[in-house]
Ligand binder design. Structure first.
Ligand SMILES: NC(=O)c1ccc[n+]([C@@H]2O[C@H](COP(=O)([O-])OP(=O)(O)OC[C@H]3O[C@@H](n4cnc5c(N)ncnc54)[C@H](OP(=O)(O)O)[C@@H]3O)[C@@H](O)[C@H]2O)c1
Length: 328
């Protein structure tokens, strides 16, 4: 079985490792942390064998095949480069990189070293999303879509108390679009393709990032509106409106339920649902399949989605003067 190491010791890595265990596709070997004590504790908690305080040493270790990167966004590129350069497959958290330049360089390096690089975006890997994609033609001509992820962050409470955490800081490539908007944007690009054009209307905070914002994507015959926020809350589902009816998904990040409402009869039916357990399970299986079987067309499909999502995000944030260290 392929051996996995991790970078980042926050809740998301815990959750990823729980899904890894459930999948049975990878074995956890050990964690990297900036501090030895954290690296050791985290590794032992997840039943790993060795820990690292140097990414270079991790990259050199012949015991590791795949590395999961869950560090603050602005650090992804430099860390991923070291790993790919040493011949490791990499699963990097969303948003994979901040710029198209980083994207091109990293994927070129992966190709040169015959390894795979994945963006860990879980929503589009779920069976309910696959069903939505399959059923979409039933809606007839799409006329509008409103996709949202409006999730009040406890880190905003800290922000209001004067503590700027990574996700609220431009230094770490944070902000609502990068952190949350990426999910509904993935849904849009995976369903409708690349938009003809995109405009973003951010609500900026004093740190320089967007606490919330509205992204407007123009497609032939319809407009898709994406709302994302870390400073307000909403439980309203995301919807795609066609001439024949409307599809609703419970959330654009944790997609576990799909409903259909007929435009004429107004009758509603549940089309698909799955228990909203740890959905990282699905992405892990897909990535493991690609690494083990070299499923190149599926890999290229995921890579193209990643590139398009990044292209939109980079364009609209720069148009709005949201600048990261990665841009310099
Ligand atoms: N897929 C999902 O559902 C999901 C959910 C949440 C987050 N994410 C993604 O996961 C990534 C991490 O997010 P997060 O909220 O966990 O970030 P975070 O708490 O700011 O940092 C994650 C880890 O990175 C290390 N780190 C923190 N600050 C650092 C610094 N200044 N320099 C170097 N390393 C630092 C820490 O590990 P050590 O102290 O051990 O070095 C920390 O545990 C992001 O890309 C985010 O978008 C994904």
């Amino acid at each position: 079985m392929m051996k996995l190491a991790t970078i980042g010791t926050s809740k998301i890595t815990d959750s990823f490792l729980n899904a890894v265990e459930k999948s049975g596709r990878l074995t956890f070997e050990g964690a990297y942390s900036r501090t030895e004590e954290k690296a050791q504790t985290f590794t032992e908690t997840h039943h790993g064998k060795k820990w690292f305080t140097s990414i270079e040493k991790l990259a050199e270790s012949s015991d590791i095949d795949v590395v999961y990167v869950a560090s603050p966004n602005s650090l992804h590129f430099e860390q991923v480069k070291v790993l790919l350069g040493a011949g490791k497959h990499v699963i990097c958290e969303k948003p994979i990189f901040a710029t198209g330049k980083e994207f091109a360089e990293a994927f070129e390096l992966a190709e040169k070293n015959h390894v795979f690089l994945f963006e860990a975006i879980r929503n589009i890997q779920t069976p309910v999303f696959a069903r939505l994609k399959e059923e979409l033609p039933r809606a007839g001509k799409i006329r509008s879509a409103v996709l949202q992820l409006i999730q009040y962050s406890s880190r905003y409470d800290q922000f209001l108390e004067g503590k700027i955490t990574n996700v609220f800081s431009p230094q770490f490539a944070g902000g609502a679009l990068e952190d949350l908007g990426v999910y509904p944007l993935y849904v849009a690009v995976a369903l409708f393709g690349a938009p003809e054009d995109a405009a973003y209307y951010p609500v900026k905070l004093s740190s320089g990032i967007d606490g919330s914002g509205t992204l407007v994507l123009r497609y032939e015959g319809f407009v898709c509106t994406i709302l994302c926020s870390k400073i307000a809350h909403s439980g309203v589902p995301s919807q795609i409106h066609g001439e024949k009816g409307t599809f609703s998904i419970n959330s654009s990040s944790d997609i576990s339920r799909l409903e259909w409402q007929d435009a004429h009869t107004k009758e509603t039916e549940t089309v698909a649902s799955n228990p909203s357990d740890n959905d990282k399970f699905y992405e892990i299986n897909r990535f493991a399949d690609i690494i083990e079987n070299g499923r190149t067309s599926d890999y290229l499909h995921l890579k193209n989605l990643s590139r398009e999502v990044l292209r939109v995000m980079e364009t609209v944030r720069k148009q709005n003067g949201i600048i990261f260290p990665n841009d310099r």
